[in-house]
Design a binder for this molecule. Structure first.
Ligand SMILES: [Fe+2]
Ligand SMILES: [Fe+2]
Length: 386
C-alpha cells in the first residue's frame, strides 16, 4: 500500500487490533464520523442476511459479517473512493468513473480482506457485488444483495421493495428479478453498471429457457415437411454461424400488440421466408414484411433460431445450405402502411390483423399451428423483458 492510500485510510480508520470485535470497531468508526444511520442500516442488513441464510442454507455467520462490513467504505467521499481505488490498484470501469459511489462495493471488500484480515471468498465476493450483482452469482452474493436492497429506507426511494420482500420469502432469484426489472425500466435515467447488465442477460435467458420448457411444440423437435427443426434461444448473432442462415421469421409488433396474417385458405401465418440468392438476412426480413404484410420494418431484435436439418436429397433452392441450415428468428416493431404485395408466386395474404398476444395465440392454436402460437408467445415474452 502506498503512502497516499495509507493517508486516506488513516483519516477514517483507526488501526485494527485482531483482538477487537469487528462489529464494535465498525460501530465506533461510523459513530466517530457521524454515520450512525449507515451503521443502523448495516445492522439491519446483517439481521436480514442471517434470516435469509437460515432460509436458504448458507452460513449465517458469514452473512452477518457481510452485513456489518458491506458499506464501510461509504465513509469516504466519492472523490476519495475514486482516488483510493486508483492508489490501491483496484480496476475502475468507465461506469464507475461516472458514478464513483458504486466503487464502495469493491473498496469495502478490499477493507474486509486487507484491514480486518478476513479471507473467506464468499464474504469478499458478496460484498464486492452487493450493489451491481455479477454474472456468476453465488448463494452468499444473492443473500447479501437481497438483504441490502430489502433494508432500504422507504417505499418512496425503493418502490420495488414490497414485491422484492415477498419474492424473497420463496426465491432469491425471483427477488433479484424484481429488482432487475425495476432498474431496467429506469435505465434511461441512470448509469447501468456492466455487471448488472450482464447479470440481467443471464437471468433473462434463464426465464426464456424456463418458458421454453413449458411450450408444447417449441420445446420439442418440429417437423416441417422434410425438415426437422429445433428452436434455440440466443441473445446475439455471435452465437451462430450466420453463413448458415437460409430463412428468417419475425414476430411483428405494433406497440405492445402483435401482427398476424391470414391466408386465402383461412390459415393464420407469420411473415418470413427463404432468402433470395445473395440476399442478406436483414434485407430478407424487410422484404418479407413488406411483401406479406405491406409493412415497414422499424427495428428488429434477434431472439433465437431454428436449427434445421432436411431429409430431402437436394437443397430447397440450389444456393441454400444443405442439409443443415438456420432459420433466424427475431421480434420487431413494424409500421403497417401498405396492402400486402402478394407476389403471384407467393402465398396470398387476405388479412393483416393487429391483436393482443392472447388473441394471436388463440387464432394460431385453433387453426392447428401450435408451433407458431409458441413462437409468438416466446418472442413476445422476450420483447417484454428487453
Ligand atoms: Fe452498499
Ligand atoms: Fe447497504
Amino acid at each position: 500500500m502506498n503512502d497516499i492510500a495509507k493517508h486516506l485510510l488513516q483519516q477514517y480508520l483507526e488501526p485494527y487490533d485482531p483482538a477487537q470485535s469487528i462489529p464494535a470497531y465498525i460501530e465506533n468508526t461510523f459513530r466517530k464520523h457521524h454515520h450512525q444511520d449507515t451503521w443502523q442500516h448495516s445492522l439491519k442488513v446483517a439481521e436480514q442476511a442471517v434470516i435469509l441464510s437460515e432460509r436458504y442454507g448458507a452460513d449465517p455467520h458469514i452473512a452477518q459479517y457481510a452485513g456489518y462490513l458491506h458499506d464501510l467504505s461509504t465513509l469516504f467521499t466519492d472523490q476519495q473512493k475514486y482516488e483510493l481505488a486508483q492508489q490501491l490498484g483496484i480496476q475502475i470501469l468507465k461506469e464507475e468513473q461516472q458514478v464513483p459511489y458504486v466503487l464502495h462495493q469493491k473498496l469495502s471488500s478490499w477493507l474486509a480482506s486487507a484491514w480486518f484480515g478476513l479471507d473467506h471468498p464468499d464474504l469478499l465476493s458478496a460484498i464486492k457485488c452487493h450493489t451491481t450483482l455479477y454474472p456468476e452469482l453465488g448463494l452468499m452474493d444473492k443473500i447479501l444483495f437481497v438483504a441490502d436492497k430489502c433494508s432500504w429506507a422507504s417505499e418512496h426511494s425503493a418502490p420495488f421493495i414490497h414485491q422484492m420482500k415477498s419474492a424473497s420469502e420463496y426465491s432469491l432469484d425471483e427477488a433479484i428479478i424484481v429488482y432487475l426489472n425495476y432498474v431496467w425500466q429506469q435505465r434511461d435515467q441512470m448509469v447501468i453498471h456492466p455487471w448488472l447488465e450482464a447479470t440481467k442477460a443471464i437471468f433473462d435467458m434463464e426465464q426464456t429457457k424456463q418458458l421454453l420448457r413449458t411450450l408444447p411444440a417449441l420445446s420439442q423437435d418440429i417437423q416441417w415437411g422434410p425438415v426437422t427443426a429445433k428452436f434455440q434461444p440466443i441473445t446475439s448473432l455471435h452465437e451462430i454461424d450466420t453463413s448458415l442462415i437460409s430463412n428468417v421469421s419475425i414476430v411483428p409488433m405494433v406497440g405492445d400488440q402483435v401482427v398476424i396474417m391470414q391466408l386465402e385458405d383461412g390459415r393464420w401465418e407469420l411473415p418470413g421466408g427463404t432468402l433470395e440468392e445473395g440476399e442478406h438476412y436483414i434485407a430478407a426480413l424487410e422484404r418479407e414484411v413488406m411483401e406479406e404484410m405491406g409493412a415497414t420494418l422499424i427495428d428488429y431484435h434477434v431472439f433465437g433460431y431454428f436449427q434445421c436439418t432436411s431429409e430431402a436429397e437436394t437443397p430447397y433452392r440450389p444456393y441454400i445450405p444443405h442439409p443443415s441450415f438456420i432459420r433466424l428468428t427475431v421480434y420487431g416493431q413494424v409500421q403497417l402502411d401498405h396492402q400486402p404485395l402478394n407476389p403471384p408466386d407467393g402465398e396470398q395474404v387476405v388479412l393483416v390483423d393487429v391483436v393482443s398476444i392472447e388473441e394471436a395465440i388463440k387464432r394460431l392454436t385453433q387453426t392447428g399451428r401450435q408451433d407458431l402460437a409458441d413462437f409468438y408467445q416466446i418472442g413476445y415474452d422476450i420483447s417484454l423483458r428487453s
